[in-house]
Design a protein around this ligand. Structure first.
Ligand SMILES: NC(=O)c1ccc[n+]([C@@H]2O[C@H](COP(=O)([O-])OP(=O)(O)OC[C@H]3O[C@@H](n4cnc5c(N)ncnc54)[C@H](O)[C@@H]3O)[C@@H](O)[C@H]2O)c1
Ligand SMILES: *[C@@H]1O[C@H](CO)[C@@H](O)[C@H](O)[C@H]1NC(C)=O
Ligand SMILES: *[C@@H]1O[C@H](CO)[C@@H](O)[C@H](O)[C@H]1NC(C)=O
Ligand SMILES: *[C@@H]1O[C@H](CO)[C@@H](O)[C@H](O)[C@H]1NC(C)=O
Length: 418
């Protein structure tokens, strides 16, 4: 059974859930179409929580998640129901970490957490807490009821195009929520933070490749919100013992080579989607073709150049960062392959990986994009002994495609897996 908000969090998730949903529907009447789905979700989660309360034979004894245990590192994974967070949680669990996932399922999938729970059912391995990181009171409660040793903060909104249309959503859910997590960590003495940042904080530098010293001049609200969050963390670090690692990812692709997890963004985000999702949607015939936005960039074939990092390598970098994090020290690292590939190259690799001759439409540029971005990964190699291993684009896409093909509805139409 899914271990949702064990111990005293049990009453809380449905409370914070109904509050969160009420205020969202109030704040955002556009979302009305989802209303019935949300009611069903709320009812199901509430029922689950009640069942768990009734069945839990020992809910008066303190949960393992609430005590520090020698030799066990308890990691809070925010956004752990999302694409990268779920892969990170899987790797942490495999490496014997204790994991708490906090996610409000605004963009993640409960079914992904359920899969992890089935793989690691032993008590004290994985718990899921449904909560909104924008709600300082529930965040504080979570930190006071759980003994975290480290936080991997993935939860965010993460689409460049969407950020140009809805900037406040980005400043709120990235910058402000990161401040909230940091405050809770400081208040409760949590010693290590691994922060998900992005190459979008660099903007469009004139010199490639990008090193960690490349000036950060973000050109869209997503990059700016992440840069502000980094600044808050860095200022805080100057007078704190916290061990901090900031990882600036380049473009993340791929999925679990064993096919247990995949990338399944909400259908309504398709228009903002990332290139691999768009390729797969075209290959599956969900979309009539692939729209390549911008063919007049100053790059060899006119399409944008990006550095594609496989999610398996990315989560490996997180574990290495966690192992090497030291009190009072801040490590900032690019996480990329060091190799730029054009959108045209990517599309060719995707055609081969899927075996589908995807139809490609070439359209004008979209706002907020930059021509060329690839990393210099020297520093992370030197200091964390990390290098990208899954650097064959076609192979990474083939692995992701296998999951996509066998999960036509993503993790399923219902957010609460049956
Ligand atoms: N995917 C990429 O290419 C990429 C590149 C660079 C950086 N990143 C960063 O990596 C992190 C994870 O990205 P992803 O691609 O896995 O995104 P995702 O949308 O799949 O996952 C984000 C998760 O956070 C949760 N979440 C969002 N707001 C929340 C809130 N207020 N309270 C609780 N949960 C909340 C969502 O429900 C979702 O499960 C983000 O910080 C993103 O900025 C991603
Ligand atoms: C999830 O969190 C966001 C960000 O704070 C909030 O605005 C939204 O209403 C929450 N969604 C749900 C389903 O609780
Ligand atoms: C983010 O913040 C805005 C408020 O600016 C809110 O309306 C929205 O629901 C939040 N959550 C997500 C997941 O975007
Ligand atoms: C670096 O990593 C490799 C495996 O990728 C390992 O064989 C080697 O021992 C590591 N080096 C150090 C100094 O830890």
């Amino acid at each position: 059974m899914l271990n949702i908000g064990r111990n005293r969090n049990q009453g809380r998730p449905n409370r914070s859930m109904s509050l969160g949903m009420g205020s969202m529907d109030y704040a955002d009447p556009k979302k009305k179409t989802n209303f019935v789905g949300k009611i069903i979700l709320a009812a199901t989660l509430t029922a689950l929580c009640i069942i768990m309360l009734k069945q839990s034979p020992n809910f008066s004894t303190p949960s393992r998640f609430s005590i520090h245990e020698q030799g066990v590192t308890h990691v809070l994974v925010t956004g752990g129901a999302g694409y990268i967070g779920s892969h990170a949680a899987l790797r942490l669990l495999k490496d014997s970490y204790r994991v708490t996932v906090v996610d409000n399922l605004s963009r993640g999938n409960l079914a992904a957490v359920k899969i992890l729970q089935e793989l690691f059912p032993e008590p004290g391995r994985l718990q899921f807490i449904y909560a909104d990181l924008g709600d300082a009171k529930s965040v504080n409660k979570i930190f006071s009821e759980n003994a975290f040793d480290a936080v991997m903060h993935f939860a965010a909104v993460a689409y460049v195009g969407e950020s140009t249309l809805e900037p406040l959503r980005y400043y709120h859910n990235i910058t402000s929520n990161t401040l909230g997590v940091l405050e809770a960590m400081a208040a409760h003495g949590v010693k290590t933070l691994i922060y998900s940042s992005t190459c979008a904080t660099y903007g469009e530098p004139d010199k490639m490749p990008i090193t960690e010293d490349t000036p950060q001049v973000p050109i869209n609200p997503y990059g700016k919100a992440k840069k502000m969050a980094e600044d808050i963390i860095l200022d805080f670090s100057k007078n704190s013992d916290m061990a901090i690692m900031i990882l600036r990812y380049f473009n993340v692709i791929g999925s679990d080579p064993n096919g247990r997890l995949g990338e399944a963004p909400r259908p309504e985000l398709r228009e903002h989607g990332r290139i691999s999702g768009a390729c797969f949607d075209a290959a599956r015939g969900i979309m009539p073709g692939l729209k390549v936005k911008g063919t007049d960039y100053s790059t060899p074939d006119g399409t944008c150049i990006r550095d594609y990092i496989d999610v398996t390598d990315l989560v490996d970098a997180h574990v290495k960062a966690l192992e090497k994090a030291r009190p009072k020290k801040v490590g900032i690292y690019n996480v990329g392959t060091g190799k730029g590939r054009s959108v045209k190259e990517f599309v060719e690799a995707c055609k081969k990986a899927t075996g589908v001759d995807i139809k490609v439409d070439y359209l004008p540029r979209r706002p907020g994009d930059y021509a060329e971005v690839y990393s210099d990964p020297t520093k992370i190699k030197l200091e964390l002994n990390w290098t990208a291993k899954y650097t064959d684009l076609r192979q990474s896409l083939a692995i992701a495609w296998r999951w996509q093909k066998s999960h036509r509805n993503g993790y399923g139409t219902s957010r609460v897996a049956a």
